[in-house]
Design a protein around this ligand. Structure first.
Ligand code: ADP
Ligand code: MG
Length: 466
């Protein structure tokens, strides 16, 4: 009974693995799924042997959902996965796995003394969507893109390292993955290792703990292309920095390509050793600028094509993408998130994607990415618009020609900033909060009857948001 159960699970695992390979791509599959050995299924817990704790942790963190989904798709009743390192310990290079063919022999010219089986480079999985094809190039990122393309050709090293930096969500990780994808296709003989600085540290600490520091060094010095993402992470982490510095130098000396990313320029990373800073500046340093309207629109247009396939039958009203590109200027990740939500929501309620729908469904995102307006700006703009002096607007005069604009400014301050009434009162010459409240209410009343006032407010608001 148990035997047939086990056999069934093995078969299911075989199919699930094939699916995972398709889904995750060969590279990630070889690094993370292939090393797993199914040892049993009891009480809805699937147990796997893994060659190292690191692989177990990594798979548990990054692939558990995928694995569960594929197993369930094969009819396996499973709630949880468990990973443990096989009892015999050591590194299982060439160990036959679960009846599958032995690990593929070292590809190409990698040093034969590589301490970890080929195909198990301890890199992070690559996102299949992050390719050059899907990267939209615009003014703000064209240099970074061109440099990444050059590295991806896999020709002789012309600048080392390539240092990409820029704010969050501007495409650094995307470009690095694109380089890795291209290199894998174009130069399968090269050992390309991509990982985050955090993972570098994690590996390093683990190697120290397990007394495998020589393996660690050997491994990192045996790659042809090393890519470390978010290097600012190791700032202030002294022994990791030290090790990173040595790895870096060893690879540069061998003329191996290094690609680094960070959220700021090398010189501006606090708590990073000076010698590392200067090393990082030796190659080509390029920054990804904040996106501009055209780039955002281009990215949205590209993503929409993907969604059109996925959600057939949904229509998109004109102007929606322009609206989003205009209003969500923070970062591309937020922009993508907005579009994803919009399509999911529209398909759920079965409605056309219109401006109204977008405003409804994305209210929180739109609010969060609104430019922060200050009370001073509001006062200045209102004074300008009504042609009164700023000092009068704030001061005690009560004549109508000044009092009304003052109330408008109070109203806008309440609407467009997060300031409380007492705070606003203070900025209006130390007025009491009840005075502010009165002003706000007065304008609210007038809006519905005074169309000139309503127009003025619209205009002022637009100028302040621009
Ligand atoms: P970073 O690493 O700089 O924080 P990511 O590379 O993770 O940013 O990018 C965030 C998201 O935005 C990803 O989904 C990425 O595909 C997308 N993205 C960023 N820039 C572009 C671009 N120029 N074209 C297409 N997608 C982009
Ligand atoms: Mg990133």
């Amino acid at each position: 009974m148990k035997d047939t159960g086990k056999r069934m699970t093995d078969d299911s695992w075989g199919v699930a693995r094939d699916e995972l390979c398709k889904r995750l791509g060969r590279h990630s599959y070889a690094s993370w799924i292939e090393p797993l050995q199914l040892t049993g299924l009891e009480e809805r817990v699937a147990r796997f042997n893994v060659p190292t704790n690191f692989i177990g942790d990594w798979v548990a963190r990054n692939y558990a959902e995928h694995i569960l989904r594929e197993l369930r798709a094969q009819g396996v009743a499973v709630d949880r996965l468990e990973f443990s390192v096989a009892a015999q310990g050591g590194l299982p290079a060439g160990r036959p796995r679960d009846g599958a063919a032995p690990a593929p022999a070292a590809a190409g010219t990698g040093p034969s003394a590589a301490p970890v089986a080929e195909g198990e480079l301890p890199g992070a999985p690559l996102d299949q969507r992050f390719t050059f094809d899907s990267f939209v190039v615009g003014k703000p990122n064209e240099l970074a893109h061109a440099a990444a393309r050059r590295v991806a050709e896999g020709g002789p090293v012309t600048f080392n390292p390539l240092f990409l930096y820029g704010g969050v969500g501007l495409g650094k990780t995307h470009l690095m993955h694109a380089i890795a994808h291209d290199l894998q296709a174009r130069r399968p003989d090269l050992r390309v290792l991509y990982l985050s600085a955090e993972q570098f540290m994690y590996r390093f600490v683990q190697a120290l703990r397990e007394r495998q520091i020589m393996d660690f060094k050997g491994l990192f010095r045996s790659v042809d292309v090393l890519m470390v993402d978010d290097v600012q992470f190791i700032a202030g982490k002294d022994s990791t920095q030290e090790e990173f510095f040595h790895t870096f130098n060893a690879l540069v000396d061998q003329n191996k390509q290094i690609v680094i990313s960070a959220d700021r320029a090398p010189g501006e990373i606090k708590d990073l050793e000076d010698r590392i800073k200067s090393r990082l500046q030796c190659g080509l340093v390029v920054d990804l600028h904040p996106t501009d309207y055209e780039l955002r629109l281009g990215i949205l247009q590209q993503k929409v094509e993907v969604y059109r396939q996925q959600y057939r039958g949904l229509t998109l009203a004109p102007g929606v993408l322009e609206f989003l590109a205009h209003r969500i200027a923070t970062n591309v990740r937020v922009l993508e998130g907005a579009l994803t939500r919009l399509f999911a929501f529209a398909s759920l309620v079965g409605r056309e994607i219109t401006l109204d729908l977008a405003q409804d469904c994305l209210a929180d995102i739109l609010r969060a990415s609104d430019r922060k307006v200050t009370i001073e700006e509001i006062q200045r703009k209102v004074a300008e618009h009504y042609n009164v002096r700023l000092s009068d607007l704030i001061g005690p005069k009560r004549v109508r020609t000044i009092a009304r604009p003052r109330q408008i400014a109070m109203y806008l301050a309440k609407q467009m900033t997060l300031r409380s009434l007492p705070e606003i009162g203070r900025r209006f010459g130390g007025r009491d909060h009840t005075t502010i409240l009165y002003g706000v209410k007065k304008i609210e009343e007038l809006i519905s009857t005074d169309s000139q006032l309503a127009d003025d407010l619209q205009l002022l608001r637009r100028m302040l948001e621009a």
